[in-house]
Design a protein around this ligand. Structure first.
Ligand SMILES: Cc1cc2nc3c(=O)[nH]c(=O)nc-3n(C[C@H](O)[C@H](O)[C@H](O)COP(=O)(O)OP(=O)(O)OC[C@H]3O[C@@H](n4cnc5c(N)ncnc54)[C@H](O)[C@@H]3O)c2cc1C
Length: 219
């Protein structure tokens, strides 16, 4: 951040998610007095590590869990705060989904507990992703995602992931399945990340260990 050229200000920041916390950190570093107002009883927003009700020492992420190398700003803060970054994915471990009380091993024969249409059931998760998410990825790439990701993703930033999928012809059940991972405490629009929202699987695990986590209807 550039050096401050004007008198110190008292600044209110609404929301103590990563954006609000980073803003407060940078403003304070500039000598401003920043106060963060957070609606929930904890900071972090969508970043939420669950340590209960699972055995001591274990934890799971109900929100983000990966920092891609392209996320330079997040990487910058990780370095700044001397955080120890671990490689994504434990070697030799197999991932699975836990959804609606059922353990689902990914694969062509996975039976999802959703009222999918016959076509959607035949397609399975892989086919649904191929049909709905891959074209969106390509559209963003073609729109210059590598140069200006915000602009390239702007067309997706108008509705919730579920509404977006339904507008493309997905059944409500298929939209539910593809957006399960996005059902945390994040109401609102697509947040310019449709495929990210639909691709993450770990929130399903989080909901399994913590059934009290609210599921929002407006996805
Ligand atoms: C399941 C899931 C997986 C994800 N995976 C990844 C990942 O792997 N890698 C990655 O980089 N990103 C990931 N993301 C996205 C990442 O979590 C978000 O981009 C980031 O956390 C957003 O931070 P934010 O501060 O902008 O918003 P938020 O985290 O939503 O914070 C907003 C805060 O504002 C508060 N607030 C809202 N309104 C008010 C108000 N009126 N008054 C007071 N407080 C208010 C909210 O309570 C909240 O705490 C994931 C998100 C989800 C949900």
């Amino acid at each position: 951040m550039p050096t401050r050229r004007h008198p110190s200000q008292r600044i209110l920041i609404i929301g103590g998610g990563l954006a609000g916390l980073c803003a407060a950190y940078e403003l304070q570093a500039q000598g401003h007095q920043a106060t963060v107002l957070e609606a929930q009883k904890r900071p972090g927003g969508r970043v939420r590590t669950l340590r209960e009700p699972i055995p001591s020492g274990l934890y799971t992420e109900a929100g983000p869990e990966t920092i891609p190398s392209a996320h330079e700003i997040t990487q910058h803060y990780a370095r700044n705060f001397n955080l120890n970054l671990l490689p994504n994915g434990a070697p030799g471990m197999r991932g699975f989904y836990h959804v609606r009380g059922k353990r689902i091993m990914p694969g062509a024969s996975a039976e999802w507990p959703f009222e999918l249409s016959d076509d959607e059931r035949r397609m399975g998760m892989a086919g649904l992703r191929l049909k709905y998410l891959d074209p969106a990825n390509q559209q963003a790439i073609d729109a210059g995602f590598d140069r200006d990701p915000v602009r390239a993703l702007a067309p997706f930033d108008q509705r919730t992931p579920g509404a977006w999928l339904r507008s493309l012809g997905a059944s409500p059940a298929a939209a539910d399945l593809l957006t399960l991972a996005a059902r945390g405490r994040t109401p609102g629009r697509l947040n310019a990340c449709p495929t990210c929202a639909a691709n993450c699987g770990f929130a399903m695990v989080a909901q399994a260990v913590s059934p009290a986590l609210p599921i929002l209807d407006d996805f």
